[in-house]
Design a protein. Sequence first.
Length: 1037
Amino acid sequence: MEIEKFLKWERLELRNKAVYIDPEAPNWVVPNQIGDKLLKQIRQSRSVEKATNAYLFSFNGNKNMGLIRAEQFISLFPDSKEDSYPGRGRLLKLNQLKECWLHITDRCNLSCRHCLFSCSGKTLTTLSIDTIRRCVDEAYRLGTRLFYLTGGEPFTHPQIDEICRLILTGYDDTDLVILTNGLLLSRHVEKLKQLPLGRLHLQISIDGTRESHDQYRGNGTYDKLTENIASISALNIHKTLAMAVHSENVMQMSNIVDIAAGYNISEVHYLWLFVFGNATSKMFVPPDQLYHHLVETKKKAAQKGIVIDNIRNMESQIYSSSGTKYDLGNAGWESLAIGPDGSIYPTPALIGNKKALSGHIDESIETVWRHSPALSQLRSISIIDDDAYMKNPLRYLVGGGDIDHSFYAGNTFTGHDPYIDLYNKMALWLITHAALDKNKTGFPKILMKMGDRLLQCDHNSTGVALTHSNCVLNVSSTRQVVGDFYSEAAIDPNTDIANPVCYPKSEISHIPQSARIRSYGCGSPVLDADLQKNEVVVDLGSGAGMECFIAARQVGKNGHVYGIDMLDHMLIRANQSLESVAEKIGYKNIEFRKGFLESIPVDDNTADVVISNCVINLSEDKRKTFSEILRILKPGGRLVISDVVTDSPPPPEISNDEQLRGECISGAMLQPYLTSMLENCGFNNIQFLKRFFYREVKNHPFFSLTYTACKPKNDIEVPIIYPGPFAAVITDDGKLVIRGHNTMLDQGTARQCNDQIFILDAAGNASNINAENTCACFQAPVEEVRATALLVNILDSGSIGAIHPVPDRFASGCMVCGTPLTYLENDRQKKCAFCGIVKAANAVCENNHFVCDDCHSSSATDIVRHICVNTDETDMIDLFNMIRCHPSIPLHGPEYHFIVPGVIVATYRNLGGQVSDNDIQTAIDRGKTIPGGVCAFWGGCGAALGTGAAFAVLLKGNPIKASERKMVQQITGTIINKINKLEAARCCQRETWTALKTAAELSMQYLEIPLRADGATHCTQQSKNKECMGKGCPYIK
């Protein structure tokens, strides 16, 4: 591995936590203390191998796992090969003027000591309504949807109500922000009520507590302000309190949070003072002091649910996709400001400053925007042009500096922002504050890296982003982008994001078409989860409810399904289908809730299974989402997720594309990092179930991955053997499992391994492998020993006549030689190879052997009868699986036709039903009359007809009892209908499991006591069943 990968990173530290920065990429990583130690060793020794060996030498834990985790940590440490950055001017283009500031008047009803523009009632320059209308129209045609009104005091403009109406009602997709001192709001309440308030935002100035505010704005202004705020409190207007911080009110920063909370205002904003205008240099607050008060204020704000948008804005930069370069502000690129005399400036803070004058509206806004020499020169400036900024390792994260602050401090747009140290400390504080080590393991690991959280994704395709004016910080969140995308998809189905997986019709027959066409995803986690009866399922990002409706039937009446979605439109769609689904399945066990992935509205330890279909990639904070999933899972519970992944980091032009965000591409996780994140969040038994190509974007491939992981549970250990092919494997807890050695493993992990290991029973048999034994010294597994013992009891009791031993026979194919069977178009008279009696034959093998039905099942009949009469098993699947373990039961054959009714009637008795031994015998006898091959030759199915025979016994049906006769026929027909949904050769195991599961569902309608079919239905006979349909089978996982 190239050592240069590690040498280009700079190590910074805050609060005893290391942060590694790749300044040029940019990128950042926070390792745990052990990882930091390993990285320092790598950088000091300039050798990955030497550092790893030194780490292992001092490591006191499991050396095998220590090596694995070290290798994993090193391989996951990001690498980037950046091309030389030419600066923003060569990469960005003038595509859209996103925002327009209108300084509509210099007039103000106050004369504040710290006003940047020295406004008062004596300054009278004002934009006319006609000029404003022209400016708004021009800007709108250039792409502007966000307008700002500033001054002076905007509400002193004589036509302010008409201006607001013009911007908000003249267009249906505009937003308006008004910067105001708030003292005139009460005069405009009635006019404000007439506006679309959801698109109106007020930023209201305040200077601290009453004493401080009145000191700077005049006696009594604080009480007038709070009275005006109260007058609009009933209006649904988004409000922010804004405080210009200076040396005399810095101690009151946290008081603003209290005031905001008292008036139900959800956001506060702090303006870093310009030492200009009415402000003096004595009012400047050093960055270290500002940082201290800002952090303390954030703690109080978090407790009260208040957002500090300075911090939120910095979060949006820090929590961007890796490789995103913030290169100065958006002035001249996406934003312009128009002064009260029609002059155009790059930013609102520069209005009136002749050095920053860029043109006039008489030239047209577009002409000035595109061709002004002043704006062209501003756009050509980049961080790379300033030596001071280039020395800052956080330069592309904080954006260099604010061009307004730099201009007022040093008369240039770069290099002189006095608040750079504040930005740097804010960035490091946010990074280290979020990178928590909740699951301490003793191994090196990445606690967090750039891109784990993603709060903004509307940057251009170049990977270069721009910061925003400090006057107002406005952020479009990832959640908002995704919400808009899928809200539209809830109303109008979007085929571009429709789920490419086709569900079996049998699984969705009860679901309305409106829910099916709005099924968006990249897999089928609900089908891969192997849901069992009575389980509690949570579907994250449930959308129109497709997966919830499938799960509802699988978990049964006593199970429960929670569908979680953040979009009202989707929840409405899902609830519209809910009643129809409940009516068709006969019960309602689904509840839809509004919530976010990062804060799931479900109690701790509730869910057996959490599923999600192509939604985790949309999360703003995937690590927090996985932690939430772990919280709501019961111990031993599992997640099953289908999502989009990639093998290598996508370039910023993909990860920052808001359209691709909604299409589940730009938020795709790096596959190796996914497993690391799951481990770090506390999951174990992580396993990939499926992976297939999903999409290629700009030559970068993406894949659909279905994976599962479990919440740890203290479980008993069982003996296992790892059969190979590898020399050994290592479990999540570091246990080395050597091929061929008996090893103890916790039961949950062992079961999840399926047939990859042998789980040993008391006799040492591989109890989880359904294999045919061909050894002459074979000793049957426990279930077979039990069944054989029952048969011996039958023989010893003399309750039946002598049983002639059946010759050795094969479990599949021909019972004589094992070769494949050929089914005849017409019956022929053939001599049975066992009993010698000539009977009608419908199948022979390649060697022309024929075995009649009686010989096919001679000993099995007595085994099945005696087990069913004597068993205390209450679950049909479990009883069937036990019977099927016996050597007398072949892979396929007419034996299943009488096993099914015997199992149903026997378990019904054990559940409390009134059933006699004779009833069990009757059911078996009737099933025995169903001939082999009935599924094709008669158009029926032995398992379905056997189920009908069982229900006829339980319902006391006969040909002249009309009601019972109809019920039995409906039951048989329903099962046949389910079985024939699959286009496949016969499989007696598959069709019996389907028949028994359907019988359990139908029993809730037809029987006093519901039947149970919750046993394991995981197929392990694929290699033995020559006609196996493969992955299309619902029981092959």
